[in-house]
Design a protein around this ligand. Structure first.
Ligand code: TXA
Ligand code: MG
Length: 328
């Protein structure tokens, strides 16, 4: 791993640093930044050239839409139109937070953001550095920051600045920045809700759960299509997403020399390499991606994973595990 030149890596995240990062964004450079879910790779969401670099660095097909991160709920109307009341309720209840709303796009949400779709994904993240950056960017005329997870396409999302460096450090230029905000608290990507229909529909499960959405909106959720039916451009609907190099085997007890991920209450089989022993579901989500990365660092061929049971956040964990195992 080659260390980044010091100018790229900022860990103090003072007002000056955030101001500098905002200026870099405005000048068309990339800024990777922490959020409460995973780290994002940010670019000025109104600049085709800057957003084009995201696709290059990620190696991602250009018809995959990006989430626009905004500083506050007040900016929804800039990016979206025909906003249903239930979407406003969701924004009011869960923003800033791990929730992305897909809405009919306004004129400023161009094809290079939406992958040519007529909708746009919006999110106000709940992380002081992300919000600090968004506010500084807003002050100098920035309207929103497009940011996918800061990993190469198909790989595991980074939950620390070091993981960002490992993933994409070698693709960044000296004027791009990586802001270090510690370990992501949630650890899984945001819940994505399609708000273009009469009722909300979950496109990607996350920390904002089905029950929370139903309670907030007072509506029943539109039947989610089964994972494999979801439009190819919706998150992770491709096979082998969130995938480490090691093969992920679900529901198996690890054999000697294999990696093993399970709740702390489950003992490590003899000879297996314990990659994570989370005490509860929240810790499971928070540690999962770092554990998958650790397997690759150790050069393991296989990881046996026992997924958590139950509703809520466990649904999102099982969703990502299923995809990282390459199945649907
Ligand atoms: O937690 C998160 O959402 C993180 C942090 C950085 O905010 N971001 C993230 O972005 O996970 P990304 O690009 O890795 O995943 C976002 C997914 C994409 O796979 C895309 O398909 C879906 O959101 N998406 C974005 N806009 C959409 C739209 N208009 N319609 C349907 N899906 C959309
Ligand atoms: Mg991603």
């Amino acid at each position: 791993m080659t260390p980044l030149p010091p100018s790229q890596f900022i860990s103090d995240c003072s007002a000056d640093s955030l101001g500098l990062a905002a200026l870099r964004l405005k000048a068309g450079f990339l800024v990777a930044f922490p959020t409460e879910t995973v780290y994002g790779l940010g670019a000025d969401a109104t600049s085709a050239a800057a957003v084009g670099r995201i696709y290059e660095v990620k190696g991602r097909p250009s018809d995959h839409p990006l989430i626009v991160h905004i500083a506050s709920m007040a900016d929804i109307e800039m990016w979206a139109r025909e906003i249903p009341i239930y979407a406003i309720k969701l924004a009011r209840d869960f923003w800033p937070g791990p929730l992305t709303l897909v809405l009919h796009r306004s004129d400023i949400a161009k094809d290079f953001i939406t992958g040519g779709q007529s909708s746009v994904g919006l999110r106000v993240p709940a992380h002081s550095i992300a919000l600090g950056l968004l506010n500084e960017f807003r002050k100098i005329g920035g309207l929103g920051i497009a940011a996918p997870s800061a990993n190469r396409f198909g790989q595991v999302s980074p939950t620390s600045a070091l993981a960002v460096e490992e993933e994409i450090g070698s693709y960044l230029t000296p004027n791009d920045l990586v802001l270090d905000g510690g370990t992501a608290l949630v650890g899984l990507e945001s819940t994505i809700i399609d708000c273009t229909g009469k009722n909300p529909r979950i496109l990607r499960p996350g920390a904002i759960t089905q029950r929370m959405i139903a309670e907030s909106t007072g509506l029943s959720l539109e039947e989610s299509t089964r994972d494999e039916d979801i439009d190819i451009r919706v998150s992770g609907s491709m096979e082998s997403h969130y995938s480490p190099k090691a093969k992920v085997i679900l529901g198996a007890i690890a054999e000697s020399g294999e990696g093993f991920i399970a709740l702390a209450s489950i003992k490590t089989p003899v000879g297996a390499i314990r990659l994570a022993a989370p005490a509860n579901i929240e810790e499971y989500a928070r540690f999962l991606y770092a554990a998958l990365r650790e397997a690759d660092l150790q050069g393991l061929a296989r990881i046996a994973v026992l997924a958590p049971e139950g509703e809520g956040l466990a649904v999102a964990i099982r969703d990502r595990l299923r995809r990282s195992a390459g199945g649907i």
